[in-house]
Write a protein that binds this ligand. Structure first.
Ligand code: GAL
Length: 440
């Protein structure tokens, strides 16, 4: 009976997914570098950049100060360019990506837009042949030696290099306030099993054990649970299509996730990621798992001192592993002012730009030569972990899966949140992995 229900659930899901609006090309490509047929290269000129430059991102409001600092560096160098800082608010680009898609398909691309390195860039915009190859810019600026090789691989395919990275963020971070934990007599848990033991004790004090926010942050939490349960090898094997989603270990991820959700706040769906962070800061919640833009928010916006005002640890069971993601900017074909766009990308990839942007953002520089004296104690520890840890990619922030899979995963997640059936979710994920070319 259960089996029958699972089969019909998957069938309904496949049917549902097949009618969702998709990029046909993006859906069919296998994992790994795509190879677009006719790569069009950026043309570097000696023109002095002028006119309008529209920079499109989701770094609005509390997320804005780092971008504003980067724009200031740009404006000092290119005073004849009028920067239009076009932002669409919404964490992780949930709204911005939809607006961007409409604009790109409508033939109205901005000069440059924020995009995650990895499959979000390659599996969506490069596969759809909407981007200019930036190889000449990388060569002119000497960037092939400046950015880590593994990162360059996520920005490029056999046919070109498609965007300029501005940072490296860490996804698997557990945030807390040291003083609060001391008052409550608990420590940061080092495994999910440990979390599940201390969570009821925290709850008994009238405190939410783990704060959570709107839908995309649920996916964000899921990837930390997945890594904590699976370990590095199996986590990577999942994305490489080497173990199926129906594997017992993956079903266990969903089962653990189900238990963890029991200790989150009921109003999660209506909160922004900043509000979930606020719950920790205010003592309403003990922990939150969020990328280290939360460090940027707590330091830059809330003025807290890393170490005393807020503390951090790797999310449970992931010590020694670093779920990474990188924000980058690319140059879409057909934009109105490519000279200004190239100038912008030059600043994005520069040492000066990176060291103005990242200390405010909570991320570390994507460059290997950044001036670490400009960074706070949290960022210094992240930089050290990035050197020493095993690096794996983020699902929620575009590294390991194309947008087709990501969108479908969100649908599965919604279904899981109401059904709480781990086996069904695993089966459904296997179906969408096949649908999005993510199996071998
Ligand atoms: C991520 C992005 C970060 C930060 C975060 C919250 O996807 O890479 O830079 O903006 O979303 O919005």
């Amino acid at each position: 009976m259960n089996k029958l229900r699972n089969v019909s659930f998957v069938l309904v899901l496949i049917l549902l997914l097949s009618v969702l609006p998709i990029f046909a090309e993006g859906q069919q490509e296998p994992v790994g570098p795509a190879a677009p047929k006719a790569a069009e290269q950026v043309v570097l000129t000696n023109n002095i950049p002028k006119g309008d430059l529209e920079i499109f991102s989701w770094w609005a409001g509390d997320e804005g100060p780092a971008l504003a600092a980067l724009i200031r560096v740009f404006e000092a160098k290119y005073p004849r360019v009028n920067v239009i800082n076009a932002t669409v608010t919404g964490g992780s680009g949930v709204n911005a990506k939809a607006v961007l898609k409409t604009r790109m398909l409508g033939g109205d691309p901005p000069e440059s837009f924020q995009v995650h390195a990895g499959q979000e860039l390659i599996g969506t915009w490069v596969t759809a042949e909407r981007m200019l190859d930036l190889t000449p810019l990388f060569e002119r600026e000497g960037w092939m030696d400046v950015f880590p090789e593994d990162l360059l691989k996520l920005l490029g395919t056999d046919a070109g290099i498609w965007s300029v990275p501005v940072n490296i963020h860490r996804s698997n971070v557990l945030w807390y306030v040291p003083k609060h934990l001391k008052d409550w007599g608990v420590e940061a848990p080092s495994s999910w099993a440990e979390f599940l033991v201390i969570a009821p004790k925290i709850q008994a004090k009238g405190v939410v054990p783990l704060s959570l926010a709107t839908t995309w942050t649920v996916n964000h939490l899921w990837e930390s649970v997945a890594l904590g349960v699976l370990g590095d090898d199996a986590y990577e094997a999942l994305w490489a299509g080497d173990i199926p989603w129906t594997d017992a270990r993956v079903v266990e991820v969903w089962e653990t996730f189900d238990k963890v959700l029991e200790y989150t706040n009921n109003d999660a769906a209506s909160l922004s990621w900043q509000q979930a962070t606020d719950m920790v800061v205010n003592g309403q919640a003990a922990f939150n798992i969020m990328g280290d833009w939360a460090a940027g928010y707590m330091s830059t916006t809330l003025g807290l001192e890393p170490g005393s005002g807020y503390g951090w640890a790797a999310s449970p069971g992931t010590d020694g592993s670093f779920i990474f993601l990188a924000d980058s900017f690319g140059l879409p074909k057909g934009c109105e002012n490519p000279d200004a766009a190239i100038a912008w990308l030059t600043v994005c990839g520069s040492k000066e730009g990176a060291d103005a942007f990242n200390p405010l953002k909570g991320s570390i520089s994507a460059r290997k030569d950044s001036d670490m004296s400009l960074y706070n104690v949290y960022s210094k520890s992240a930089a050290q972990d990035f050197q020493q840890n095993r690096i794996v990619g983020s699902l929620a922030h575009g590294v390991v899966a194309n947008e087709g899979f990501m969108n479908d995963f969100s649908t599965v997640m919604e279904m899981f949140l109401s059904s709480r059936n781990a086996q069904q979710a695993a089966n459904a994920c296997q179906a969408i992995a096949i649908q999005n070319g993510m199996t071998r």
